[in-house]
Design a protein around this ligand. Structure first.
Ligand code: ADP
Ligand code: 3PG
Ligand code: MG
Length: 350
């Protein structure tokens, strides 16, 4: 049984809370997502110690310090609240974190009275502050983590049909687990980004010098043949490289999206970082928002950064209860592939 913070007796929330968050996003949107849990804990706890990480350092690395994140985070809090919060430096500066070292976890645990995980995005990592720590003290799933579990489980177990899965981004090998989980459940997979290049190539279509995965596995070649896989039919080129899906593909994808009962989306349709190649991703997001009946789940580090950039991201806060934005990148992909995440398993206690 997972203990949810939302169900905890507030009496048990006094003392010092150890709160695991994920600050590992370029523009701070994961910090914002954690605010409800932080604000709630501030009502009962005397102190909150925040545990987090950035990047994959080997030892101390000034570039990956959490100092700026700590300041940004504290600016989001009131003056009195600020004094109750301590942000620890990037835990991955210490080797014990990534090794899920039990002694290190025990030391961390000794800093507080109870533990809350509100870092879904790193819950697929067996790290000391995510997994091992939960052995040593009462452990809860924060509001963010609870929402992730509920919403993702929902679309996995009882999606309204037809279910459409939209995939983009770079590596098809990262996303095969999701394809495999939804192979029977999904009506169609709409595939864009460099991911599509790999499949197009496998179908014998000329992709020039576009980014694709070379030496793709048998699984990928089989997938390329599936009729459920819908690939773009035109492109926006940057020299000899495909950088975005084209206008006709946008229209075709839009048709599928309009008829969906459930939509799951991970991965941009093109190199959205360049304005000229952001149109496919923007068009997909607009088409998704235009479907007011469907249950919608969107996630992925770059995908969410893209939506933030388009400034239509905040629509989710306005009357759009059917839209769930996951904070997970790799974590969302693993969850949607049906894997059990170490950070969630660790919260399962009798
Ligand atoms: P997410 O973080 O949302 O899961 P990925 O990490 O899989 O997404 O991929 C995001 C990256 O994919 C973006 O930086 C984008 O520039 C890149 N990308 C998308 N389409 C292409 C393409 N056709 N060629 C090269 N890179 C692409
Ligand atoms: C992420 O950004 O997806 C998480 O913070 C996990 O980071 P990691 O892939 O370096 O473990
Ligand atoms: Mg990414």
């Amino acid at each position: 049984m997972i203990r949810y913070l939302s169900k905890a007796s507030t009496k048990t929330l006094r003392g010092t809370a150890l709160l695991r968050l994920d600050f590992n996003a370029p523009d701070g949107w994961r910090i914002e997502a954690a605010l409800p849990t932080v604000k709630f804990l501030l009502r009962y706890a005397d102190k909150i110690v925040i545990l987090s990480h950035r990047g994959r350092p080997k030892g101390y690395d000034k570039e990956l310090s959490l100092e700026k994140d700590a300041l940004q985070f504290k600016r989001m809090l009131g003056k009195k609240e600020r004094d109750k919060v301590i942000v620890l430096e990037n835990l991955r500066f210490l080797a014990g974190e990534s090794k899920n070292d039990v002694r290190f976890a025990k030391k961390l645990a000794s800093l507080g009275d109870y533990y809350v995980n509100d870092a879904f995005a790193v819950s697929h990592r067996a790290n000391a502050s995510v997994a091992a720590i939960a052995k040593f003290l009462p452990a809860y799933a924060g509001f963010g983590l609870e929402n992730e579990i509920k919403n993702l489980t929902d679309v996995m177990q009882k999606p309204r049909r037809p279910l459409i899965v939209i995939l983009g981004g770079v590596k098809i090998s990262d996303k095969l687990g999701v394809v495999s989980y939804f192979k029977k459940k999904a009506a169609f997979f709409l595939v864009g980004g460099a991911l599509a290049n790999t499949l197009l190539f496998s179908r014998g279509i000329n992709v020039g010098d576009s980014l694709r995965e070379k030496n793709s596995s048998r699984e990928v070649r089989v997938l390329a043949k599936s009729r459920k896989i819908i690939l773009p039919s035109d492109f926006r080129w940057n020299g000899r490289k495909i950088f975005d899906i084209g206008p006709r593909s946008e229209q075709e994808f839009k048709q599928y999206i309009a008829g969906a009962g459930t939509i799951i989306w991970n991965g941009p349709m093109g190199v959205f970082e360049k304005k000229e190649f952001s149109n496919g991703t923007k068009a997909v997001w607009k088409a998704i928002l235009a479907n007011r009946k469907a249950k919608i789940v969107v996630g992925g580090g770059e995908t969410i950064s893209a939506l933030k950039r388009f400034k239509i991201y905040d629509l989710r806060f306005k009357n759009r209860r059917n839209v769930f934005i996951s904070t997970g990148g790799g974590a969302m992909l693993e969850f949607l592939a049906g894997k059990k995440l170490p950070g969630i398993i660790a919260l399962n206690k009798k």
